[in-house]
Structure formats: C-alpha cells, structure tokens
Ligand binder design. Structure first.
Ligand SMILES: NC(=O)c1ccc[n+]([C@@H]2O[C@H](COP(=O)([O-])OP(=O)(O)OC[C@H]3O[C@@H](n4cnc5c(N)ncnc54)[C@H](O)[C@@H]3O)[C@@H](O)[C@H]2O)c1
Ligand SMILES: O=C(O)C[C@H](O)C(=O)O
Length: 342
C-alpha cells in the first residue's frame, strides 16, 4: 500500500518539482554529481539545476566541468553551480554535500555486458568512495555507474575500511528499471504512465532485474506469454538502448530523468517529507543476497524502512530464486576487488 501511495506521490511530485520546492522548501540541499560532464551527468545536472531546493550544485568530473558549469550557471534558478575538474578538486567538490550522485565511468557498447565494464569502473567508484568517506561521510550516495550490482558493494567496502560506513545512506540507483516498467506496461494497457507503478526488485543487470507486475498499480493482468515477454523486455531494456545507439553509448536521457527523480526523492526525505518511497539496491537481509533492491521508505538519515518483497506470484518467486546466485557472485566480485585493492 505504501508503494502504491508513493508512486502516485512521486509522479506528481516530479512534474511539479520546481513550483512545489520553491513554495515549501525547508532545508536547502547541497548536491554533487560525479561524472557531471558525461552523457548522463549533463542532463542530470540540468534537471537538478531547475530545483530551487538545491542551493549548491557541485559538478565534478575529470574533464570539461568548467564549461558545463559555466553554461548551467546562466540559468536563472538559485542553485549556485560550480565545476570541479580533476582529483585535486575532490575536496572542494564534495565537502559539505548532502547528496552525491555518481554517474562516472564508461558505458557499454553493443555486445558487452554490464560486468564487462567492471575493470574500468570499479577503480573509478573505489576512488570516489575514498573521497566521499574523507570529505562528505554523512552524504547520501546514489551510485549509477555500472555494474551497479558490484559497484555498490565496492563503495560500501571502501567506506567500511575508512570507518565511515552507514549502509542506510548508500544506494544503487535502479530507478530507471521502475521508470521503464511503468512506461512499457502503460503502453501495453493504454494507461497514463504517470499513474502506473511497478516495483522492481533484485539488482540492475539481466535476470537480476525483477519487475513485480503482480503488484502493479493499477492492477493489470497478462497472459503467461505476454508476462514473460514484458519481463524479458524490462530485463533487456538497457541492451535495447545500447543496440539502438549503435556504439555511441547507453541510456543517458532516460537515466538522467530517473537519476533526478531519485535525487529529488532523497532531497524530499532530507526535508522531512513522509511517505517517500523508492526502489533502490542496498545492503539488505531480505533475501540470501547481501545486497538487494526492494521498495524503501526514505527518511532524513537514508533508509527509514525496508518495505521488503511484498506478496510475490509463483513466477516472481522463481525469478528471485534465479537472480540470487548471480547477485551473490557479482557482490563477491565487488567486495573482493575493494578489499584487495584499497
Ligand atoms: N544505473 C543505471 O540504471 C544506469 C543507466 C545508464 C547508464 N549507467 C552507467 O552510468 C555510467 C555513465 O554513463 P554515461 O553514458 O554518462 O557515460 P559517459 O562516458 O558519457 O560519461 C561518463 C563520465 O564519467 C567521467 N569520468 C570518468 N572517470 C571519472 C572519474 N574518475 N571521476 C569522475 N568522473 C569520471 C567521464 O569523464 C565522463 O564525463 C556508465 O557506467 C553506465 O553504464 C547506469
Ligand atoms: O544498459 C546499460 O549498459 C546502461 C544501463 O544499465 C541501463 O539499464 O540502461
């Protein structure tokens, strides 16, 4: 029920962000984007810049941030926007931040899995985790960089070593899976996508992406073959975009939308709003996988309540069973990397 209420709230909130935040903002939230010059980073920064709730928008990357920040800073909204270029500027970029969103790292090309990005992106996330532990240990962190199933454990292990780990504040951003599920199911049933909510649990790669269509709001029914086809499309949606972009990257615009939705939900929770619910990949004891995405009630200190799996259909139970060994493997890979390399 919380999930149902929350989706309706999230949908209308997102559409009315600017007006609403300018009327009712209680606390100003400082937000950093790491990877701000990239395909996701730039449109994400644009969406964040539009919110008067964000007092400071800190744009960190290893290239091009002076230009991106100069461009955005001409927009007539209050967020003071500053660019930080290169590792020597990490201290200034991150100090005092309440929310850090990380889309730093390389995207897939056709034929690659997300795990094929591990060798490059693992060390990028490790280094950013070290910097966050030093300069903004209390920030809420949303990790977009793939493979999310491994990069979130990497971030947590680094924070653990630094003595700053707060599992309630570290999130793998899986919002795009929810956004896609809502879009595809609304299309299939001729519904207004803003009024559809499909919780998506598990992880963020292939069979670990588990849309809970049995828990859809409004309730929807599909034949078995239709349900399987829709589930497969949601699980492969990232690959659909990678193929369509034909070598120029993966989802950027839909991810910026989803990343902004997640960041705004964190901001609303920091501001004391109740009933803010998002699915995200976090340290979890809901299943045998030590990280797992479920609907979460967010509060000013991060995860306020894990809402768990809810009632699963037999088909969804089988999907969870299939996902767990894959998640365990990729979680271990991330943890081993962090523990060997830092
Ligand atoms: N979680 C999701 O749902 C989701 C969705 C789409 C993409 N992604 C992932 O997001 C990541 C970024 O995708 P993109 O399309 O924006 O890629 P991109 O190549 O367009 O941009 C990545 C940016 O990261 C920067 N970067 C590289 N190393 C860095 C470092 N050490 N510190 C800071 N910034 C650094 C690059 O300079 C670049 O500007 C990829 O790993 C992609 O797979 C995740
Ligand atoms: O598919 C990708 O590589 C990017 C992202 O994880 C997505 O789901 O679009």
């Amino acid at each position: 029920m919380n999930v149902i209420l929350s989706r309706a709230a999230v949908s209308s909130e997102f559409a009315n962000q600017v007006r609403r935040f300018s009327i009712s903002s209680k606390k100003n939230v400082k937000v950093a984007v790491c990877g701000a010059s990239g395909g996701i980073g730039q449109p994400l920064a644009l969406l964040l810049k539009q919110s008067p709730l964000v007092t400071k928008l800190s744009l960190y990357d290893i290239v091009h941030t002076p230009g991106v920040a100069a461009d955005l800073s001409h927009i007539d909204t209050p967020a003071v926007t500053k660019g930080y270029n290169g590792p020597e500027s990490l201290k200034d970029a991150l100090s005092g931040m309440d929310v850090v969103i990380i889309p730093a790292g390389v995207p897939r090309k056709p034929g690659m899995t997300r795990d094929d990005l591990f060798n490059t992106n693992a060390s990028i996330v490790r280094d950013l985790a070290e910097a966050c532990s030093k300069y903004c240990p209390k920030a809420m962190v949303g990790i977009i960089s793939n493979p999310v199933n491994s990069t979130v454990p990497i971030f947590s292990e680094v924070a653990k070593k630094a003595g700053t780990l707060d599992k309630k504040r570290i999130f793998g951003v899986t919002t795009l899976d929810v956004v896609r599920s809502n879009a595809f199911i609304a299309e299939a049933k001729g519904l207004d996508p803003r009024k559809v909510n499909i919780p998506v649990i598990g992880g963020h790669a292939g069979i670990t992406i588990i849309p809970l269509i049995s828990q859809a709001t409004p309730s929807v029914k599909f034949e078995k073959n239709e349900l399987e086809a829709l589930t497969a499309r949601i699980q492969d949606a990232g690959t659909e975009v990678v193929k369509a972009k034909a070598g120029s990257g993966s989802a950027t615009l839909s991810m910026a939308y989803a990343g902004a939705r997640f960041a705004f939900s964190l901001c609303r929770a920091i501001n004391g709003e109740s009933n803010v619910v998002e699915c995200a990949y976090i340290a979890s004891d809901v299943t045998e996988a030590t990280y797992f995405s479920t609907p979460l009630k967010l509060g000013k200190d991060g995860v306020a309540q894990n809402l768990g799996l809810g009632k699963l259909s037999a088909y969804e139970q089988d999907l969870v069973k299939a996902a767990i060994p894959e998640l365990q493997k990729t979680i271990k890979k991330g943890e081993d990397f962090a523990n060997k390399s830092s």
